[in-house]
Design a protein around this ligand. Structure first.
Ligand code: SAH
Length: 245
């Protein structure tokens, strides 16, 4: 019944589920979205909190049937949808707490999509492959920079394979995204294009991808490589790049 193509690994450890939900600190009146609820193990625990409304975004029609059977509360709204492309603005809610034991094959896409809707999502909590979690907290990929520009990331806990059915081949980690307030950057598609451009062929020097004038104006040595830049460097560089393009 569990489908590999949709990354279905259900969390079964009650203790872990409890901890994950506790770490979300859901208060009275909050609106929560769960991505990939599956059979609803995490959902049940989330529903013990004093939330106002819980949206469930699930792609698998079989899971949708199970969820409808299980959760008849008026607080629960079940949507059959692809979370990699979900339009979070469509809910007309602006302070969403998003959580999910994500399907690992599309976790990066779901994270990228979360950032596009950052104005609606002050907090997100995702279970991802441990390696993905670790990479996201470094400056090693365009997505890591993209995320960290808008969110402060924290690593909440590691979760070993035995807590899932079927156990995934990799270690997992639960991470928290907390939106930063001060960021004024608006055109996210253009920012992504810029990041892809500098992360393309990582071993090349920056001057082979971006004009030396821009690099010098941003006070970055043109012979540096992308791995040597800090988050602040990226932001400074983008500001200047944006104006001159
Ligand atoms: N949260 C559940 C199940 C996690 S498994 C638990 O912890 O027990 C991942 C879930 O995401 C599955 O239910 C799968 O059907 C769903 N899923 C996979 N791809 C999806 C997508 N693109 N959009 C929404 N849900 C998806």
């Amino acid at each position: 019944m569990l489908k590999k193509k949709w990354g279905q690994h259900l969390l079964i450890a009650k203790g872990v589920i409890k901890k994950l939900v506790e770490s979300m600190e859901i208060r009275e009146g909050e609106v929560v979205i769960e991505i990939g609820p599956g059979t609803g193990n995490l959902t049940e625990e989330i529903l013990k909190t004093p939330l106002k409304k819980l949206y469930l975004l699930e792609i698998d029609p079989e899971m949708i049937e199970i969820l409808k059977e299980k959760f008849k509360s008026e607080k629960v709204i079940i949507l059959q949808t692809d979370a990699t492309q979900f339009d979070f603005s469509s809910l007309k809610e602006s302070n969403l707490k998003v959580v999910g034991n994500l399907p690992y094959n599309v976790a990066s896409l779901i994270i990228e999509n979360t950032v596009y809707y950052k104005n609606f999502i002050p907090y997100a909590f995702y279970m991802v492959q441990k390696e993905v979690a670790e990479r996201l907290t470094t400056t090693a990929s365009w997505l890591a920079i993209f995320v960290q520009t808008f969110y402060k990331l924290s690593y909440l806990m590691s979760v070993p394979p035995r807590f899932f059915i079927p156990p995934p081949k990799v270690q997992s980690a639960f991470i928290k995204f907390e939106r930063k307030n001060e960021v004024s950057l608006k055109d996210l598609k253009s920012y992504k294009t810029f990041l892809l451009k500098i992360f393309h062929q990582k071993r090349k020097m920056l001057k082979q991808k971006i004009s030396e004038e821009i690099l010098i104006e941003a006070q970055i040595a043109p012979t540096k490589r992308v791995e040597e830049l800090s988050l602040e460097d990226f932001l400074k560089l983008y500001e200047i790049f944006k104006i001159s393009n």
